[in-house]
Structure formats: structure tokens, C-alpha cells
Design a protein around this ligand. Sequence first.
Ligand code: URA
Length: 197
Amino acid sequence: MHDALVTLRDAATPPETFRRIAVRISLLLTAEATRDLPTAALRVVTPLGPAAGRQIGANVVVVPVLRAGLGMLDAVLELLPNARVGHIGLQRDEMTAVASRYYAKLPPDLRTSYVLMIDPMLATGGSAVAALDMLRAAGAAQVRMICIVAAPEGIALVERHHPDVHIYTPVIDQGLNAQKFIVPGLGDFGDRLYGTA
Ligand code: URA
């Protein structure tokens, strides 16, 4: 996990590599965040006879926070191919760092689903709390979030507003700079992912 993280941090990493490594680290995080999901028993027949196994026995909804969360989506769907996907679009004002919503489309039955919110940079926590508020308002009860870099400020805000949401992150960085970027962080995740810097 940490060799992937250092590649993401490196300002010299080009978008093609950044995207690939973001998928790799997201696979590892998804495995960790879904370790305790309920499973159901099933039997299959191998070429040599019957075998018992288990498969995920819960409805899972994955919700990327646009646009950076899209960089983690393929990895989550690789491990949870039957998950349904909701989208939440939040735009951070570059001056105030306040998040405003420009898009939301969530599947029904959130109440009975395990919701996995994916947002790679937990900075001030403003977008995460706004997205979690929307998920709660739509009925989500079991919510966990995955991020790739977290700041203490963001973790504190999420814990204050949504104490029951588990946050999965490989690292907690020093803090935020005056522009509310995570330090040392990795810069703007969306820009690094899509080459829009
Ligand atoms: N969003 C990013 O992409 N990077 C940060 O450091 C903070 C928020």
C-alpha cells in the first residue's frame, strides 16, 4: 500500500501512472473496508467434485464523490461487481473550500444496503460531511468511507457529524495549508488523475 502511496504523492508521476496506482491502492482499501460484510454460503462443483464457498450476501452501493472519486470506482467494482453505483457531484469553491452540490443520483433501497462512499482526499471534511448528509437523508444506515489521504481536520469533522461512519485510510497527513490542501498530500487528486492541472 505505501509504495503505491509514495508514487501517487510524487509530483513527477504522470496521469497514466497515477490512474493505475490509484486503482491499485483502492483495491487494497476496498478489501479492507469490506472484510466484515455478511456472506452467504454456496456450493459449486469443481472438475473433481462439490466444494463449499462463500459470497457476499449483502446489497452494496458504492458512491463516488465526483470527480476524484471516479478514480477509485473501477477498483471497487472489480471486487464488488454486483454493487450498484450512486453518484454525488460536489464542487469545492477554490476561495472558500466550501462544497456545493451540482449532481446527485442514488439508487433506491439505501436503507437496506451497505454504502461505500469513495472520496480520495479527506481534507477539511466539508465535502465528506455534505455527501454523508445526503446519503443519510436518502435513508442510508450502514455507511463507510474510503479515502487515500486524510487530514486530521477532516477526520475530526466527519467524526463530529457522523460518528458511526467508519473511515478507511492508509495515512493521516500533517494537516491543511492556507488553501485547504492536504500537506504533504499529493496535490489536487482530480487534476492529477485527469491531467487538468
Ligand atoms: N482535494 C484534493 O484533491 N487535494 C487536497 O489536498 C485537498 C482536497
